[in-house]
Design a protein around this ligand. Structure first.
Ligand code: PMP
Length: 301
């Protein structure tokens, strides 16, 4: 099968999936979305992504339908049809097709979309423990509810494009009076000189990354103290190590921050250890999922 879509519950080749020009996702960005990583045919942390999807949908006054179990079924159908082992799944839920009026339609018919595309092997920058990525800082021009994973991504894409034009992997957003919030499509962590790890707190100024949560848990299990507290630029300037997290980024060490070389210009020991522990944790989860699947298969026999 080629790239796959499930549009309003119907499985089809991605090239055949069409939505009306009057869809409010198109006219207003009136909807929410998620991106899930597939490792070896298994959607990773799908429940966690669906929980956030549910929260985002509720926050824009559009309760998720069908409930997460329905989306889970569609996602699994789409992966099976695609036969991709390594893939990225995108799903969106919009307030549907209606004449263009700002206020909500009286009885909205949401548009539900899932797409599956193969994932190119991850860039060596994020996986080679001897290399890292460059970030540039930009003003955070977004609204006051960055915790909602909404389709309105204009400030994020403008920042990402400006970063790309400057040869950087990511734009790190800085909000006056708050400090570093997050990347255009990632969360930001600092390793302080005393070995503690700090990341900006959950709240309306960041998207609470599913990977962020997982990395915090893995770090704490490994005995690292993780503090969720504001990250001002002085703290960043004094940090020993810095890194990004995200579904597709996993953990990417930052070795250049604007014009500053971080540490000795190579990923530091705490980040490298976390990358190893995070990959080991992914492996363990995948093994648990596949042994669960074979247990189900043998019970069915
Ligand atoms: N912040 C923003 C603004 C993002 O777009 C993303 C990517 N979805 C993240 C953080 C990281 O979130 P996650 O780990 O859930 O991919």
């Amino acid at each position: 099968m080629p790239n796959i879509a499930v549009l309003n519950g119907r499985l089809m080749p991605l090239s055949r999936a069409m939505v009306s020009v009057e869809d409010r996702g198109y006219t207003f960005g009136d909807g929410v979305y998620e991106v899930v990583r597939v490792y070896r045919g298994a959607p990773f942390l799908l429940r966690e992504h669906l929980e956030r999807f549910t929260r985002s949908a509720e926050a824009i006054g559009l309760p998720l339908t069908p409930p997460p179990a329905g989306w889970e079924r569609w996602v699994k159908q789409a992966i099976t049809a695609s036969r991709y082992d390594e893939a990225k799944i995108y799903f969106s839920f919009t307030r549907g097709v209606a004449p263009r009026e700002h206020a909500f339609p009286v009885s909205p018919k949401p548009t539900r979309l899932i797409t599956v595309r193969p994932l190119a092997p991850p860039s060596p920058a994020s996986h080679d423990p001897h290399r890292g990525v460059r970030v540039v800082t930009m003003p955070d021009l977004r609204w006051g509810r960055c915790d909602i994973k909404s389709l309105n991504l204009l400030p994020n894409i403008l920042a990402k494009q400006a970063a790309k034009q400057r040869g950087a992997f990511e734009a790190v957003l800085v909000r006056p009076g708050v400090g570093v919030t997050e990347g255009a499509s990632s969360n930001v962590f600092a390793v302080l000189r005393d070995g503690t790890v700090r990341t900006p707190p959950a709240g309306p100024t960041i998207l609470t990354g599913v990977t962020r949560e997982a990395v915090i848990a893995v770090a704490r299990r490994g005995g690292v103290t993780v503090v969720e507290a504001p990250l001002d630029l002085d703290t960043v300037g004094a940090a020993a190590e810095l890194f990004l997290t995200g579904t597709l980024t996993e953990i990417a060490p930052i070795t250049r921050w604007d014009d500053r070389v971080v540490g000795d210009g190579r990923p530091g020991p705490v980040t490298r250890r976390l990358m190893e522990q995070f990959l080991a944790w992914i492996e363990a989860r995948l093994a648990a999922v596949s042994s669960g699947r074979s247990a189900v298969r043998s019970r069915r026999r």
